[in-house]
Each structure stands twice: as C-alpha cells, then as structure tokens.
Unconditional design. Structure first.
Length: 50
C-alpha cells in the first residue's frame, strides 16, 4: 500500500514520530503524571478508535 493511501486511514492524517510517543512517556514519568495509574494510553493518531 502506498504511504498516501495508508495516511488516508489515519484519523489525524499525519504519520506519528518518535517525539509523539516521547511526550506521553515524559508526562507519565514526570511529577505531573504522578497520580495517573492503571490506564492504557494509545499514541496512535486515533487509529485505536476505529
């Protein structure tokens, strides 16, 4: 499948980058995320909602 066709299937219409995942990791590892427990987060551009 060409990248353009795959991109049309992603709700945010953009490919993710390592920095996108790193932002979630940084939040969960920081003091700001200290009360976040027992959750699953999908950093997938909305693909999990399909």
């Amino acid at each position: 499948m060409p990248p353009e066709a795959l991109l049309q299937k992603v709700p945010l219409r953009t490919f993710g980058e390592a920095a996108d995942v790193a932002e979630m990791v940084a939040l969960l590892a920081s003091d700001r995320g200290r009360w976040i427990t027992m959750h699953n987060y999908f950093v997938d551009g909305g693909m999990g909602a399909l």
